[in-house]
Design a protein around this ligand. Structure first.
Ligand code: SAM
Length: 642
């Protein structure tokens, strides 16, 4: 952070831990945790750092258990002397007496959501060690209404052994429960790896687990290699979890996530040996600087005064207040982020431009918001490339070539405020020999272009499109290779692309099949799918705007010669759709998913609970790493009619 920016943030938030909605809002996990486990009052959340508080450090020895749980660990209770503080403040005293009882309200959890999966991971952790659930359950209502109890829970614990890694990339451990005799707390420790011995600070308690900050790594895992960390915000930003791991280890953890997902959600198929060995995860050609879309955001505080309040921070949510490494971005719920090492070069240039712009306009904002940064790739016409080249000798370059300026100005993208020009980067597609100009758009309705394996795609910047274009040739190639239907002597294959977006799989696979029918709920995406087919001179596609559930009413392709691609949103397919898919009875199903848990659940339902499901074999399951450095994994499962 520059000196200038430091001036913009005179408030030292280090003295104020706020686990507001915002502190978790960037992380899909955090978001769900907040939505699902909602306290009616304040969160259990005390300031352990506040130097003004009267702090007693009581160091207790933890009980040794038969397991490797927290062996020889010490629990350090950081207790705030509330009594003495409150007595001095009669207003607070009054408030205290009139305050109504705070109540913990648990909300319904979707089992394949991150918090739903965490519950299964917790069950597995305790079952493996024969620990009864009652020994890890905490009465959160009691803590909410008893500040002494809250400080007892919000403590520093030393020498904690990390036992597992969750599918969200957090370490999972067991520590002694400060209230239940011989009881435990399951604790989430972001950025910690299995096998590590760490010191942590608990800051939030839920009925079956608690959240903590990683303070110190006393004994690192052999897998940890902090020299690989490429980002000054890593260890606080909620975006990446795995930068401390070499890439191969990241891929192994992701394969593990897929294995666990099938273990949790396809129990019956696993028990009957109907799930094949999960194949190795295919890595991304780019492991940093790959993300073609980022959405930094900001919050406008309730008591915001445009004249006196500091510039709100702009970036991504912070994952608590870890201290195990020095990080940039400040101690804010939304970290003040200037660059993101997984974003592409032009996205980072766009981020810098838009930060400068934000400093000019933030006073007009009344509520928080998000800034869209989406990469747009255009091909520079050959004549223009030639003209620029020819003029190079005259000390002329592209920046003073009027035609090039015209080319740039066709685009309404992120501009360099110092000169008002569109920011861009140049690159070359070595396969097609095309010169590419990349810019960054911030307008959700702007039409952007992507080039994948010689195909061109247009779509609205605000609509869905895959974010890592470096891996798209690999995944679309894999899908194409697997569309072939064995024993199809007619030589005529058909494809149904359910949840087709702007036609990525329909178009890249169109040459291998006689006809493609795509269905997509977003009318805007369907419009682009049609346009993309036209632009790529593809004539055998038909796109239907509507719900995937309705597609089978309009399908006339022979099912034994048809493969179906499913690529639903994170929540997966609904049962109505899966029943219709089974009635249609296609020769092959390729299920692509960014949430392997809902994928496993759907495949279990399809095979076990639909009319024709039992006639399918799961031939292959493997991950594709669309999101290096993060816990996310895309999973592709192939089902074949026996
Ligand atoms: C994960 S995206 C995949 C898009 C496309 N296959 C791609 O890779 O670009 C899921 C798509 O499903 C669409 N969608 C969501 N619910 C749907 C439904 N019930 N029926 C059809 N499409 C749906 C979304 O609009 C989104 O475009």
């Amino acid at each position: 952070m520059s000196v200038e920016e430091l001036k913009d943030h005179p408030v030292d938030n280090n003295k104020k831990r706020t686990t507001s909605k915002l502190s978790r809002s960037n992380s899909p996990v955090g978001k769900r945790i907040h939505n699902i486990e909602n306290f009616s009052g304040n969160h259990i959340n005390k300031d352990n750092n506040n130097a003004n508080n009267n702090v007693n450090n009581n160091v207790n020895n933890n009980v040794n258990n038969e397991d490797n749980i927290n062996v020889n660990s010490k629990i350090k209770n950081t207790q705030i002397d509330n009594a003495s503080n409150e007595a001095k403040n009669p207003r607070q005293e009054l408030k205290k007496t009139t305050k109504s009882k705070r109540k913990y309200r648990a909300k319904k959890v979707e089992s394949t959501s991150p918090i739903g999966v965490l519950q299964l991971e917790i069950d597995e952790l305790i079952n493996k060690r024969n620990i009864d659930k009652s020994l890890i359950s905490t009465d959160v209502n009691k803590i909410l209404n008893n500040s002494d109890l809250a400080t007892k829970f919000n403590r520093v614990v030393e020498n904690v052994k990390v036992l597992e890694l969750t599918s969200n990339g957090d370490g999972l451990a067991l520590i002694k429960n400060p209230e239940i005799e011989n009881g435990f707390q399951v604790v989430l420790i972001p950025f910690a790896l299995p096998g590590e011995i760490v010191n942590i600070r608990i800051f939030k308690t839920h009925p079956l687990y608690c959240e903590s900050d990683l303070l110190k790594i006393a004994e690192p895992s052999k897998l940890r290699n902090d020299s690989l960390i490429n980002c000054k915000y890593f260890g606080r930003c909620s975006g990446c979890q795995y930068q401390q791991l070499d890439y191969n280890s990241q891929l192994i953890f992701k394969k593990n996530t897929i294995e666990n997902a099938y273990k949790f959600f396809a129990k019956n198929l696993i028990a009957n040996n109907k799930i094949p060995k999960i194949d190795d995860t295919i890595g991304s050609p780019l492991q940093y600087f790959y993300r073609t879309k980022l959405t930094p955001h900001y919050d406008i505080p309730r008591k915001f005064n445009p004249e006196t309040s500091p510039v709100p921070t702009l970036g991504f949510g912070s994952k608590g207040r870890p201290e195990f490494r020095e990080t940039a971005g400040g101690n804010f719920p939304i970290l003040d982020i200037e660059e993101c090492s997984i974003g592409t070069e032009i996205i980072n240039i766009g981020m810098k431009n838009e930060r400068k712009n934000f400093k000019k306009i933030y006073k007009t904002k009344r509520k928080g918001g998000t800034i869209l940064l989406r990469e747009n790739t255009r091909v520079l016409p050959n004549e223009l490339v030639q003209e620029i080249k020819n003029n190079e000798n005259n000390e002329s370059n592209e920046s003073n070539n009027p035609k090039f300026i015209d080319f740039l100005n066709q685009e309404n993208g992120s501009k360099d405020l110092s000169n008002g020009n569109l920011s861009y980067t140049k690159s070359k597609n070595e396969v097609s020999n095309q010169h590419l100009i990349k810019s960054c758009t911030t307008d959700t309705r702007q039409i952007v272009t992507e080039n994948i394996n010689g195909f061109v795609f247009n779509f609205s910047a605000g609509e869905f499109f895959q974010n890592n274009n470096s891996i798209l040739p690999l995944v679309t190639g894999y899908v194409r290779d697997n569309l072939k239907i064995k024993n199809n002597k007619t030589g005529e294959n058909y494809l149904i692309d359910a949840y087709c977006g702007s036609g990525l799989f329909s178009i890249t696979a169109s040459k291998d099949v006689k006809r493609v029918i795509g269905v997509e709920v977003s009318k805007d995406s369907v419009k682009f799918a049609e346009k993309n087919a036209q632009m790529n001179n593809i004539k055998n596609t038909l796109f239907i705007a509507g719900k995937a559930e309705k597609i089978f009413a309009s399908v006339d392709t022979p099912s034994k010669q048809t493969s179906v691609i499913l690529d639903p949103p994170r929540k997966g397919c609904d049962e109505l759709f899966l029943n219709q898919l089974s009635d249609y009875n296609p020769a092959k199903i390729i299920y692509i998913s960014c949430n392997v848990h809902s994928q496993a659940r759907d495949i279990e339902f399809f095979i076990n609970s639909t009319t024709n499901g039992k006639n399918y074999v799961v031939e292959n399951i493997r991950g594709f790493d669309f999101f290096p450095q993060t816990h996310h994994v895309e999973s592709v499962a192939i089902l074949v009619l026996k």
